[in-house]
Design a protein around this ligand. Structure first.
Ligand code: PMP
Length: 314
């Protein structure tokens, strides 16, 4: 990737990131082949590099930010790391607001890129963090990127990731796209990108089911064991935008075991990749035998060394 700070005069900044590989993965004989987009190979280690760069470029072009401006976001995860890196490269200042308790690896990563971290008491939750991130942006005279509602999040995947995949796939026909949902940007953006390009694609939601939780929590399908997906805050994900949505429930134990299998086979990925791959394999059973199925490996295993994923190796 070329590092540059002067993208407004220089053409589209986001196009300077190298395309990630799209590879056919069939881990065991007799299992379906799934086309997997290796998004964990992006510069900050996740697919969120795309929305970070895209949202910032849009805001810059619209005159909302310039060199030295503040950017804030309520995220404890990949989006903050991606924004911190993109802000460092664009001479912007970055503040991540998050509930306390986030792993040290993430905090240090954000700070290493020059970002600031504001930890709120756990009781305030993500809702509190979202409110505070907006307030801080206002006070500091900057923008809050609001990934859970920003239309530039799905647009990044529609105009960029989806087109990259279409250019990489022999035949350019995609029968199904499978993804877990956090903000919904990936699933909605890829689905719209493929169908607007003429594909007849079924959108498939990978829904992690946490059997360790009590019923009220299970009904919103939140699984604390698969970070980043199905936290129910998205304003982007909707059934209207995903007609014919197929939902595949994945036991989170299966998602974690699939993640370990992927790591073993040379894909150093995090739990949401295992979830996506497991759901894609289950979806294949409901689709024609030669269906072309695409999914995403969103982020890297190193982010989860201190979690249950690696418990058995400690
Ligand atoms: N995987 C990981 C690791 C994530 O952090 C997220 C969302 N925060 C997702 C997948 C889901 O992607 P999206 O936000 O585009 O729905």
């Amino acid at each position: 990737m070329t590092v540059t700070r002067n993208f407004p005069e220089d053409g589209r900044y986001f196009q300077r990131m190298a395309p990630t590989p799209l590879v056919p993965v069939q881990l065991e004989l007799g299992q379906p082949q799934i086309w997997c987009k290796l998004e964990f190979l992006n510069p900050s280690g996740s697919t969120k590099d795309r929305i970070a760069r895209y949202m910032l470029e849009k805001a810059w072009r619209q005159g909302q930010i310039r060199s030295g401006s503040w950017v804030t976001e309520a995220s404890s995860g990949s989006t903050s790391l991606a924004l911190a890196l993109a802000c460092a490269q664009l001479d912007l200042r970055f503040l991540a607001v998050m509930p306390e308790g986030v792993s040290n690896e993430r905090l240090l990563g954000i700070r290493a890129y020059g970002g600031e971290v504001l930890s709120l008491p756990k009781a305030e939750g993500m809702a509190g963090a979202i409110g505070r991130a907006s307030a801080e942006a206002q006070q500091r005279g900057g923008i809050c990127t609001r990934q859970f509602e920003n239309p530039d999040n799905p647009e990044a995947h529609r105009l960029w990731t989806a087109q990259e995949i279409l250019a990489q796939l022999p035949g350019s026909h995609i029968d199904a796209v499978v993804s877990g949902v956090g903000t919904g940007g990936t699933l909605v953006g890829l689905y719209e990108g493929f169908t607007h390009s003429g594909c007849q694609t079924t959108p498939v939601l990978a829904r992690p089911i946490n059997h360790g939780l009590i019923n009220e929590l299970e009904c919103c399908s939140f699984s604390s064991r698969i970070p980043g997906v199905m936290d129910g805050m998205s304003h982007i994900f909707s059934h209207e935008r995903l007609p014919g949505l197929l939902e595949i429930a994945v036991d989170d134990e299966l998602a974690l075991n699939t993640t370990r299998l992927l790591i073993h086979h040379g894909f150093p990925v995090g739990p949401s990749s295992g979830l996506n791959f497991a759901a894609a394999r289950l979806a294949a059973a409901q689709l024609p035998r030669d269906a072309c199925i695409v999914t995403v490996f969103p982020d890297r295993m190193e982010r989860y060394f201190s979690t249950e994923l690696f418990q058995q190796f400690r």
